[in-house]
Write a protein that binds this ligand. Structure first.
Ligand code: S3P
Length: 450
């Protein structure tokens, strides 16, 4: 959402309405969409992107890259073209870069700006302005960039980039693909070799795409799983033709909805299944969920398949904290699945959820309690005792769960509403447009296909 225009909220009640059936296709992957615009904007020549997510977050990235010199257009057939300025060629933006709700845009673009001789001010909405940026400020300062940030290392902040920047070797203190990517993107215009050491693997879309655009990038994987990524700077990027697979984080809402609503039998086409993203589907299968992969294939250098999901009785599970980075955005909707499972689900190691678009541990605890679930909040997770398939019964008519400008809370509680007796009222569905603008339309189509 535009930082300067909080606008009116859009409340909506989601209630049971029969099974989800037929075939749907979710929009393109958000992480890959951001990166395709950023790298396209740094290549010399024209990049073509099909399946780009046209959500507000990705549009914030596109607006920022335009403000720094790239030419970005959408053709009538839905393909996006990006004419890049070349690594080192970003221009001084004339006004502040409005990142809306998007942490990925902010942190990755901070990396890009850091090694260019330009100054940029980043602003965002109330949710983004509460999120920590120190995790990117620290390594980028080591590379020579300087910052004036709001208290606590938050937005609004002004970043003065430097050229030439200093190549660093940086060990990630938190498992964050955004921090990793910020350092690698800064390394693109830095002489020498920039190295990121990742003790716990996170999504690897940046590495895959940097290689695809022709950057010299090497990854060593140690026997304990630590990944060391070397990027040779002053790279020359070649324009690409990119097909963006469907977003597994968006598919997740429909997968859980189809598992929970009796009689559902839904095919979700073209879902990206990069192993650094797809752990939710393994966890749901281990809980008893029927999720079949059909026609596994490669889409734009990423594994993908159609998923057939049938309503299933789920059992509680202890989720291995090692899986957290590979499903970090999917916990809100996993909590909903757990609330309907038989027995107890225990999640741990979720500290990072407290600094997402909202504090997703506290916000989901409050929302699920209002919807009638039995939930215990711990420092680093939730413990949920499920209903064994009985619809949730709790929300008194009119009581609204608070989404706190968090798209994934809104969509997770919409799914909870489908599996409830009285429905679930969501205070504001506008944030859904940041990542999944057609969510409500797809839900209506799946529910009318039975
Ligand atoms: C993302 C990384 C994750 C994720 C976010 C997208 C990315 O954030 O939560 O939605 O595209 O790199 P962190 O790096 O903060 O874990």
């Amino acid at each position: 959402m535009n930082a300067s225009d909080p606008g009116a909220t859009r409340p909506r009640r989601f209630a049971a309405g029969g099974p989800l059936c037929g075939r749907i296709r979710v929009p393109g992957d958000k992480s890959i969409s951001h990166r395709s615009i950023m790298l396209g904007a740094l290549a010399v020549g024209r990049t073509h992107v099909t399946g780009l997510l046209e959500g507000e977050d990705v549009l914030s990235t596109a607006a920022a890259m335009r403000a720094m010199g790239a030419t970005i257009a959408r053709l009538d057939n839905g393909t996006w073209t990006i004419d890049g300025v070349g690594v080192g060629g970003l221009l001084q933006p004339r006004t502040a870069l409005d990142m809306g709700n998007s942490g990925t845009s902010t942190r990755l673009l901070m990396g890009l700006v850091a090694s260019h001789p330009i100054t940029a001010t980043f602003i965002g909405d109330a949710s983004l302005s509460g999120r920590p940026m120190g995790r990117v400020i620290e390594p980028l300062s080591q590379m020579g960039a300087s910052f004036t940030a709001s208290p606590g290392g938050r937005l609004p902040l002004t970043l003065r980039g430097i050229m030439p920047a200093v190549p660093i070797t940086y060990t990630l203190p938190v498992a964050s693909a955004q921090v990793k990517s910020a350092v690698l993107l800064a390394g693109l215009n830095t002489p020498g070799i920039t190295t990121v050491i990742e003790p716990i693997p996170t999504r690897d879309h940046s590495e895959r795409m940097l290689r695809g655009f022709g950057a010299a990038l090497e990854v060593e994987i140690a026997s304990n799983g630590t990944r060391t990524i070397h990027l040779t700077g002053e790279a020359e990027l070649r324009p690409q033709v990119i097909e963006v697979p469907g977003d597994p984080s968006s598919a997740a809402f429909f997968v859980v909805a189809a598992l929970l609503v009796p009689g559902s039998d839904l095919v979700i086409e073209n879902v990206g299944l990069n192993p650094t993203r797809a752990a939710l589907f393994d966890v749901l299968r281990a809980m008893g969920g029927s999720i079949d992969e059909i026609d596994r294939r490669d889409v734009g250098g990423e594994p993908a398949a159609d998923l057939r999901v049938r309503a299933s009785a789920l059992s509680g599970i202890v989720v291995d904290p090692a899986a957290v980075p590979s499903m970090v955005d999917e916990f809100p909707v996993l909590f909903v699945a757990a609330a309907l499972a038989s027995g107890r689900t225990v999640t741990t190691g979720l500290e990072e959820l407290r600094v997402k678009e909202s504090d997703r541990i506290a916000v989901m605890r409050a929302a699920l309690e209002l919807a009638g679930a039995r939930v215990i909040e711990t420092e680093d997770g939730l413990i949920i005792d499920g209903t064994a398939g009985e619809p949730l019964a709790g929300t008194p008519e009119g009581a609204e769960v608070s989404t706190h400008l968090d798209h994934r809370i809104a969509m997770s509680m919409a799914v909870a509403g489908l599996a409830s007796r009285q429905g679930v009222a969501v205070d504001d569905t506008r944030p859904i447009a940041t990542s999944f603008p057609v969510f409500e339309a797809l839900l209506a189509s799946a529910m009318s296909a039975a």
